[in-house]
Each structure stands twice: as C-alpha cells, then as structure tokens.
Design a protein around this ligand. Structure first.
Ligand SMILES: Nc1ncnc2c1ncn2[C@@H]1O[C@H](COP(=O)(O)OP(=O)(O)OP(=O)(O)O)[C@@H](O)[C@H]1O
Ligand SMILES: [Mg+2]
Length: 431
C-alpha cells in the first residue's frame, strides 16, 4: 500500500479518536462526531472543489498544491498533463514540418475530404491547378477542375494510373495528375508539370523523323541510279561517268549529314573542356578566309578580314574552327555572286566579338528565333540544293554555349545579315 494512503488512514483514525475524546469530555458524543468528521469532510470537499475548478479551467490555471493523498493525486495528474502537452507539441511540430515540406514542393498537393471538398492545398496548386488555399477551402474539387477527363477520372474511382490534363491555370502547361486515396476516405491529389517532358519527347520524335527524311532522299537517288546501271547492258563511258558523279554527290551528302550529327552529338554528350587553350583567332580566321575564297570560286565574293591581331581567345580550337567556318560558309552560300562578306574580330566593352556580315539574301524576322533549331531552314528546297543539312547553326549555338558566348543575328531580307558571336571578357586575353 502507498505510504500516503497509510497516512490518510492514520488521519481518519486520529479524527475518530479526537471525536471520541471530545464526546467523552463534553458528554455529547453524537454532536462531537458530527463536528469533527464534518471538519474532515469539509477539507476533503475543499480539495475536490480545487480539482474541479482546475479541470473546468482546462489547463488555464495552475494545478493546486496539497499534502498527503491529495498531493499525490494532484502530482500524478500534473505529470499526465505534462506528458500529454509534450506529445501534443511534438505532434503539432510534425504536422507543421509536413505542411512546410508539402508547401515547398514544386508539385501541386491538394487534400480533399470524403465529399471531394478541398481541405488544404499548397502554393504550387495555384500555379498548376488554379486552386488557391485558403480561398478555395471547402469548395468541391469538380467545380474547380472542370475538364471532362478529370470528371471521368474522379467518377471512375480507379486511381492506379495518373491522367494528363491541360492546366486550368495556364493552358500552355500540361499537368500529370494522380489521385491517391488515404485515411478513412480522404484523397491526396498530386499534380506535376510535365510540359517540358512532353516537349522533349516531341523534339525526339521530330528529330528521328527529320533524320530519316534527310537520309531518304540520297538513298532513294543512289538506289535508283544503281538500278539504272544494272539495267544497262553496255553503258557508255560518259553516261557512266555522269551517273557515278550524281551517286558520289549523294554519298557525300549523307556523309556530311552523319558527320554533322556526330559533331552535334559529341558537343551535347561530352562536358566542355576544362583546359581551354589560347586560340590565335586572327590566324584561324586568315585560314578560314582562304577556304571561303576557294568555296566562293566562280562566284567571286569580295571577302575582307579585319582582325585585332594579338587578341586571343581561351577555348577549344577545333570547336571554334567548326563554329566560325559554319558562319562563314553560310555567308558564301546565301550571298549572290559578287556580294560582300566582311569578317571581323574585335574587342568590345564586355569582351570580344567575331562577326560575319554579308550582302546576301537576308532572313525574314519570323525565322530568326528558329534558325539554331536542328534541321531548320528558311528555304528548304534552296538550302538542300546547296547541300545544306540545316545543322550548321545548331552546331554554332552549341559551341558558343560551351564557350559562355552568345549568338546575335541581325538581318534584313534583300539587304544581308550579320551573325555575331559575343565572348565574355573572362575568355579574352588582350595583347
Ligand atoms: N548568312 C545567311 N544569309 C541568309 N540565310 C542564312 C544565312 N545563314 C543561315 N541562313 C539560313 O538559316 C538556315 C539554317 O542555317 P544552317 O547553317 O543551320 O543550315 P544550312 O546552311 O541549311 O545547312 P548546313 O548544316 O550545311 O550548314 C539556312 O538554311 C538558311 O536558310
Ligand atoms: Mg550552314
């Protein structure tokens, strides 16, 4: 038995003894018992009253202090209350941490009740699903996400697979949405922005279609000529020569395409070189100018070079040669005979730039933002006739990105174009 219970029994025994002695002394035993036990009961009732007052105050007041068995009871209750408070604090902390984490997620997270009413939503839900909490709290989910696909998904009650929806907040975005039932009959709705993923998938499909399309023409021509040659019993020498020349041209075309694709793939898959070397750009441009003159041939373009000798560039010489020669070749290809082509390598306020200016066909403004896309050509028929694959500017862009540089294109149809590569000061070594 607990010592304090013994103490209480002793107290009751003393009270009884006190009542007995008082009864003997006063000759009123009944009255004495009533008075002494009444006092004891009053103390017990007072303690009960203290406890009741504290219970009704719901933790607002301090739990009372007392001695003996009442002290024990109060102490025990105080301990239980403290434990409950600690547990509650820990739980509240956990809920808060969970809410903070869900709020910081880039995916939309919405919790709905059994009746599909919104109970909570994170900020990303506003951007992706147009659901703003607390504004939309209590509203039915179906009233906010009104697409028939979503209504069907919600009704089907089969949530093992997500669905794709156009975002109600931004029709240009696509959201992958999944409902996850949890608890008694609540639902968690997770929405993820998959616009970029779909775009990449579309690009991949376009790329495969483009490569196949580009290869089909030369292969068709080659196999056609081979067929013709086989059918000829005794081909004449000059006829044979003519056919072989066409076949060779088509084979070269395929080779150029594959070479360009390999260059692009290498630029995309290998990390940029960490050991850039000083590239003597004026010397490089000198040799590219000579090649361009050869390429121009009968067309006799006036090609000039103005280079700040002693202005070196830190980078990969092979990649830079490939980028610059693509720009110079384009100028030769898209400038009518006798036109002007100016090459320039100069320091600028924020680094240095290389520019190619031509007096060629020029490019309409709507095409300019798309020029660096793979296989993009302004005039496909014309470009293909000149042997272009439409990969040149895409290679240029990749090389420039690897050299922290940007490509500026200024052009006016009928007047000419200027393609400039702007390099940052960190990559330029002055004289
Ligand atoms: N200097 C220029 N003047 C006019 N149009 C140009 C010029 N440079 C590029 N273009 C246009 O941009 C398109 C894309 O150029 P890009 O160099 O990427 O491909 P391409 O020249 O057709 O083929 P290649 O892969 O052989 O270079 C060209 O088809 C052409 O229509
Ligand atoms: Mg080109």
């Amino acid at each position: 038995m607990h010592p304090n219970l013994w103490r209480e029994i002793w107290v009751v025994a003393f009270v009884a003894l006190g009542a007995l002695l008082l009864g003997l002394a006063t000759d009123h035993p009944f009255l004495s018992a009533v008075v002494v036990f009444g006092g004891y009961i009053a103390v017990v009732l007072y303690r009960l009253h203290q406890l009741q007052r504290w219970l009704f105050a719901r933790g607002g007041a301090e739990i009372p202090d007392a001695e003996g068995i009442w002290g024990d009871v109060f102490k025990e209750i105080r301990k239980l209350v403290r434990q409950a408070e600690t547990r509650e604090d820990r739980l509240a902390g956990m809920v808060e941490r969970f809410q903070n984490a869900a709020a910081a997620m880039p995916d939309a997270v919405v919790i709905v009740s059994q009746n599909d009413e919104i109970e909570w939503a994170n900020p990303a839900s506003g951007l992706l699903l147009g659901i703003t909490y607390p504004r939309d709290g209590g509203l039915r989910l179906g009233n906010l996400l009104r697409s028939p696909e979503f209504a069907g998904y919600l009704r089907s009650r089969v949530f093992s697979e997500p669905i794709e929806l156009s975002s109600p907040a931004n029709p240009r975005k696509t959201v992958l949405l999944q409902i996850i039932p949890f608890g008694a009959s609540q639902k968690l709705i997770i929405g993820r922005d998959v616009t970029r993923l779909l775009l990449l998938e579309q690009m991949r499909r376009n790329f495969v279609a483009n490569v196949s399309h580009e290869l089909r023409t030369p292969i068709t021509v080659l196999s056609g000529f081979l067929e013709t040659l086989r059918a000829m019993k005794q081909p004449r020498a000059e006829e044979l020569e003519k056919h072989l020349a066409v076949m060779h041209e088509q084979a070269l075309r395929m080779q150029r395409l594959v070479d360009d694709l390999l260059t692009l793939s290498k630029l995309e898959t290998t990390p940029p070189s960490r050991h850039d070397e000083p590239v003597d750009v004026p010397a490089l441009l000198g040799s590219l100018k000579d090649t361009a003159t050869l390429l121009s041939g009968e067309r006799r373009h006036r090609i000039t070079l103005e280079a700040d000798t002693g202005l070196t560039l830190l980078g990969d010489p092979e990649e830079l040669r490939s980028a610059f020669s693509n720009l110079i070749n384009n100028a030769v290809q898209y400038t009518p005979p006798g036109g002007n082509i100016e090459l320039r390598w100069q320091a600028s306020a924020d680094g240095a730039y290389f520019s190619v200016r031509d007096s060629g066909t020029g490019i309409a403004p709507e095409h300019i933002p798309r020029l660096t896309e793979r296989f993009y050509r302004v005039d496909s028929a014309r470009s293909r006739a000149t042997g272009g694959t439409g990969l040149g500017l895409s290679i240029v862009k990749h090389v420039l990105v690897r050299h922290d540089a940007v490509l500026d294109i200024a052009s006016e149809p009928g007047k000419g174009s200027t393609f400039s590569c702007r390099f940052p000061a960190a990559r330029v070594v002055p004289r």
